[in-house]
Write a protein that binds this ligand. Structure first.
Ligand code: HEC
Ligand code: HEC
Length: 613
């Protein structure tokens, strides 16, 4: 057995400056002040708040909380649908049947007596699937003129997107704004969507929409069942309304990450076949001093022009004047890797991302629809080799992937850390799967990247609220076997007990020490600060009472008295041990003791297996 100190390598790792990883999906933007972060968190609670009838839910509604639809992750996209209906006459004119509760159907009611139905006269219905609110504050901060400019100077002759000019609910007399939210770009600001969705989806009237919906337009039914006075929303203890709280949450939601951040071949192909004519990669948010610094003058990559385009026969046929039944907004593609179902009505559902894009009724097929502005782009895509098509899918799979998230489950856990270790090295290209680990994009997965990983790693095997990787790299946790997992969470040698009356404790964990080059950490805890320590190794194991309370394992014959050590200021001591090799004996007993100058304190004893042959 060899006691050696391997902390040098880790010390080098800890000195490299770590690049800041992007927030993962559902996390807040970087750079919020503490009060802003508190508002994000409070808003998140409200976003998931399940409304009761007594709080103003209904009388007709679609769901009981925002988060029940925007749930992948909270604030993101979801698989829930809502139904739009209306009447389209022989000339193609669309009537939203507002007098009968159109065009949005509320699918639930607080009592069957006021349940809405699609009216018998409706001949057009369309499903709408739940889009994502991630990155909303950043999209809101794109200057109107930047979006509108692509209407006046389209990027190619194939596309003719239109900006949807709308009046925000909070500024009814203010200037028209360029819409960007909703499948028809029918909303320009987060606050408007909050007020609109609170009333339409939850039946929660508020200062922007201060009345409830009449079931199928029936005012008498509304009067009977709407028992909470309007507006149902109002100031809380801090003077903020529900719609302000959820606006905070949505505005501070970070944009979904993109990993690798740039340079995939698939993106160049995406551009070359004209996808980027509508799915415009990047913007810089407004430098308006009224904006929070966390949202101001930031580069974002939503992959959308936020304009509405004629999608031909793949459209929804629901008019939202002046947007026609054929037009739909280009959805942002950030986060698209986990979005399922896809398309405004969720017609592309299930399977893999690859099948949702390339499948027989997938995204490319829909873009090729008769009369669609995207047909030329779809045709160019279809002419690609299957290798190139797969590269575009690989690029789309990078949209929403967090750095270091090898298995892509939006959790940075042990599976990802183990994959990191196995894939250390290089050189790798931006198209290599290993690029998810190469945060500084230098072609190598190495300790510099690992330091960045430690900023966001989520594993906490010892339950001390500090992420394990950070603990290992800082030296706060022993990692003798250098697998970046605290040894104390791995195999531990058998604790024989027999501890004395004091608090001194001994553990030896890591590898099981019976294989060549196996390593672990011998750890002493809870001794006197800066006290003397001695460690004894022997073969016996029967405890003998040495004082009224303390047992000593007879270390006879005493194999080694492993020197005298000094405990640190926390009363701890740690050393790396190495097992395996050609040791003759495979079961040893370890015990430690401290001496205060007056009395000994004995630790528990360990039965330690090493060698084993
Ligand atoms: C029943 C499911 C459901 C509930 C509940 C719901 N939403 Fe939505 N949300 C949708 C659907 C469907 C759309 C697309 C609407 C459209 O454009 O026609 C949407 C769109 C949005 C958008 C636009 C995102 C974008 O970029 O296009 C925002 C923001 C939003 N909802 C916020 C909220 C808030 C806030 C609440 C709670 C007050 C809420 N939603 C409740 C289903 C829901
Ligand atoms: C003319 C503009 C335009 C072009 C060009 C275009 N798209 Fe789209 N894309 C749209 C619109 C609009 C939608 C939404 C249609 C709908 O849901 O009805 C969409 C939807 C998508 C979606 C589904 C997003 C979601 O959340 O449902 C993906 C993925 C996508 N496009 C990828 C591509 C790719 C890849 C290309 C190039 C082959 C491309 N697009 C070319 C406008 C365009």
């Amino acid at each position: 057995m060899r006691l050696s100190n391997l902390s040098l390598v880790l010390a080098i790792a800890a000195t490299a400056v770590a690049q800041t990883p992007q927030p993962k999906m559902g996390a807040p933007v970087h750079g919020l002040t503490a009060p802003q972060l508190a508002r994000f968190n409070a808003g998140k609670v409200d976003f998931s708040h399940v409304f009761q009838v007594s709080q103003g839910l209904g009388p007709i509604f679609n769901q009981t909380s925002c988060g029940s639809c925007h749930n992948h992750p909270v604030g993101g996209a979801g698989g829930q649908f809502v139904t739009r209906f209306g009447f389209t006459d022989g000339k193609g004119n669309f009537d939203p049947m507002a007098a009968l509760g159109g065009s949005l159907l509320q699918a639930q009611a607080i009592n069957p007596a006021c349940q809405e139905v699609v009216p018998a006269g409706a001949n057009t219905t369309a499903m709408r699937v739940t889009p994502s609110a991630l990155g909303m504050g950043l999209v809101e901060a794109i200057p109107d003129a930047v979006i509108a400019a692509r209407e006046t100077s389209p990027p190619s002759a194939n596309v003719s997107g239109r900006a949807h000019l709308v009046t925000p609910l909070e500024t009814p007399t203010g200037p028209l704004r360029v819409g960007r939210f909703g499948w028809k770009s029918q909303v320009a600001t987060t606050l408007t969507f909050s007020g609109d969705a609170a009333q339409n989806e939850l039946g929660f009237s508020n200062r922007l929409v201060p009345f409830d919906n009449a079931p199928n337009g029936n005012a008498a039914l509304l009067a009977t069942w709407d028992t909470v006075p309007d507006p149902e929303d109002g100031p809380d203890g801090a003077g903020l309304h529900f719609i302000d709280r959820i606006t905070d949450f949505q505005r501070y939601l970070a944009a979904p990450p993109q990993t690798p951040r740039s340079g995939m071949t698939g993106e160049a192909i995406f551009n070359s076949v004209g996808c980027a004519d509508c799915h415009v990669a990047s913007y810089t948010t407004s430098n308006d001093p009224a904006l929070e610094p966390a949202l101001r003058n930031k580069q974002i990559k939503p992959y959308s022009d936020f304009l509405v385009h004629d999608m031909g026969t793949a459209a929804d046929f629901i008019e939202h004047p002046p947007v026609t039944g054929g037009e739909l907004r280009t959805p942002s593609l950030w986060g698209v890797r986990t979005r399922d179902p896809l398309w405004h009505d969720g017609r592309i559902v299930g399977g893999t991302l690859s099948s949702r894009i390339l499948g027989p009724t997938g995204v490319i097929f829909q873009h090729a629809a008769f009369g669609s502005e995207s047909a030329a782009s779809a045709a160019a895509f279809n002419a690609l080799s299957s290798t190139d098509k797969n590269k575009v899918v690989a690029f789309l799979d990078s949209l929403g992937r967090a750095e270091f998230d090898w298995d892509g489950n939006n959790t940075l856990d042990l599976a990802d850390l183990n994959a990191f270790r196995v894939n250390m090295g290089g050189p790798y290209t931006t198209d290599s799967p290993q690029a998810v680990f190469d945060i500084n994009q230098d072609g190598y997965v190495n300790l510099t990247d690992l330091n960045a990983f430690a900023l966001v790693y989520e594993g906490d095997c010892n339950g001390n609220n500090v992420n394990d990787l950070a603990e290992v790299l800082s030296g706060a946790a022993g990692d003798g076997n250098q697998n970046f997992v605290p040894d104390e969470c791995e195999f531990c040698q058998t604790n024989l007990g027999f501890a004395g009356a004091g608090t001194l404790s001994l553990s030896m964990c890591g590898d099981d020490l019976t294989t060549a080059n196996s390593r672990g950490t011998l750890q002493i805890r809870n001794g006197p600060a800066n006290g003397f320590l001695l460690i004894a190794i022997g073969f016996g194991s029967n405890p003998q009472l040495v004082t009224a309370t303390e047992y000593l394992v007879p270390l006879v014959p005493l194999a080694a008295l492993v020197d005298y050590f000094t405990l640190d200021a926390n009363g701890s001591f740690r050393i790396t041990i190495q097992g395996g090799g050609n040791l003759p004996v495979n079961s040893w007993v370890f015990q430690a003791a401290t001496f205060t100058g007056v009395a000994f304190d004995l630790s528990n004893a360990l039965s330690v297996s090493v060698g084993g042959f």
